[in-house]
Design a protein around this ligand. Sequence first.
Ligand SMILES: Cc1cc2nc3c(=O)[nH]c(=O)nc-3n(C[C@H](O)[C@H](O)[C@H](O)COP(=O)(O)OP(=O)(O)OC[C@H]3O[C@@H](n4cnc5c(N)ncnc54)[C@H](O)[C@@H]3O)c2cc1C
Length: 393
Amino acid sequence: MRTIVIGAGIGGLAAALTLRRSGLDVQVFEQATELREVGAGIQLSPNASRILNRLGLEEPMRRMGVRPHSAVVRRWDDGRELTRQPLADACERNFGAPYYNFHRADLLDLLSAAVPKGMLHLDHRCVGLTQHRDRVEVQFHNGATADADVVIGADGIHSTVRKSIMGPESPRFSGHVAYRGLVPADRIAHLGMELAVAAWWGPGHHFVHYYVGAGARYHNWVAVTPGEWRVESWTARGEVADALKEFEGWHPRVREIIGAVETTNRWALYDRDPLPRWTVGRVTLMGDAAHPMLPYMAQGAVQSIEDAAVLAKCLERADAHDVDAALSRYEQTRKPRASRCQEGSRRNGIMNHLADGEEQRKRDAHLASSTTAPLPQNAWLYGHDVEAEFEQK
Ligand SMILES: Cc1cc2nc3c(=O)[nH]c(=O)nc-3n(C[C@H](O)[C@H](O)[C@H](O)COP(=O)(O)OP(=O)(O)OC[C@H]3O[C@@H](n4cnc5c(N)ncnc54)[C@H](O)[C@@H]3O)c2cc1C
C-alpha cells in the first residue's frame, strides 16, 4: 500500500509515523521550505499523548513537555476560582497517560525528528489531484507529480485536497480574534504562578495561560476577544496596547501577564460545520482539513493525532486494490467524535464569554457543584483510547 500525506503539520507528521509503523509506504509533501511552528503553546491531553507514547516518543515528550498539575477556571474581575480540575497525576492515574503543555516548535521538532529523512519532501505545494481507478496522481506547484494508492489531505483549514474532492467552500469566521504571547517565565516569576493551565472567563472575552518549554522556561498566553479582523497568519503582529485595552477592568494579574511581552501575534479564529463526509474515492482528509474547530476545547491537534492512529489501523489491513471499506471505516470511526469536538468547541465559545448576569451565575454554580467534577466529565474525551477501541471491534 503506497500512501501520500499532504501537509507536515502536527496531524500530517503523526500520520507519517502511524502509517509507517503499520508497514505502509508513506511519502509526506509539505509546501513550506522548512518546518516551522509559531512561538506559542499547545496543550496535549492524554487521548493524544498515549498515541505518541506508543510511537516511541515518551522520552522526548517527557523532556520537552510541561505537566501541569491542574486546570483552573477563574472569574475575570476578582480572580475567584470557579473550578479546578487535577491534571498531571490524575490523568496518569485515571487515563494512563500524561496531560502536557508544549511549545509548538518543540512538539513539531520531536515529531519530525522521528520521521525518516527521505520520507519528507519540503517545498512541494499540492495544486491538484487526479483520481484513477487504481491510483491517485498528485500534482505540485513545481511541476513534480507523485502517485499513490491513497492520498491523505492533512493540509489544514484551507486544504487544497479538500477543495479538490469537495469543491470550494469558505470556513466560518467566529467573530473572535486571538492575541498570543510568550513571556520568559523569570520575567513574571514575582507573580508566583502555579504550574497549572489557568483560564479566566469574562464578558465577551477569555484569557488562558500556562507554562511551556523544557523546564517551564516560558509562560504562554492566549487572549480571545471579539473582533472583525479576519487574517489567519502565524506571523501577523498585534499591538500589546490593543490587547491590554480589550482587557481593561480585568484582574491585575491578567493585565500584567499581557503587558510582560514586547510583541504579540494576532490570529482570526475560524471553524467549519462538520462535513457530510471526509472521503471521495481514494482520497481522504484528516486534522483541520477534515474538522477545523475553535480552540476552546484544546482538541484540534489532539483530534488530528487520533485521526492518524485510526487511519493507520484501517489501512494496515486493507488491500491496495480496494481501499473503500478501509477509508469508510476510518471515517465512521472518527467523524462522530471529531464532530462532537467541533460542536463542543463552538458551545464553549458561548459559555466562556457570558456577560455577568443570571446565565453566568447558573454556569458558575454548575461548575462549582460536586456532581460536575470536571475530570470525570472529561473521561469520554481524555479516557478514550482510539487504538484499543479499534482492536476490540
Ligand atoms: C489560538 C489557538 C490555540 C490552539 N490550541 C490548541 C491546543 O491547545 N491543543 C490542540 O490540540 N489544538 C489547539 N489548536 C488547534 C491546532 O493548532 C490545530 O488543530 C492543528 O495545528 C491542526 O493540525 P493540522 O496538521 O491538521 O493542520 P496544520 O497545522 O494547519 O498543518 C497543515 C500543514 O499543511 C501544509 N499545507 C497547506 N497547504 C498545503 C498544500 N497545498 N500542499 C502542501 N502542504 C500544504 C501547511 O504548510 C502546514 O504545514 C489551537 C489553535 C489556535 C488557533
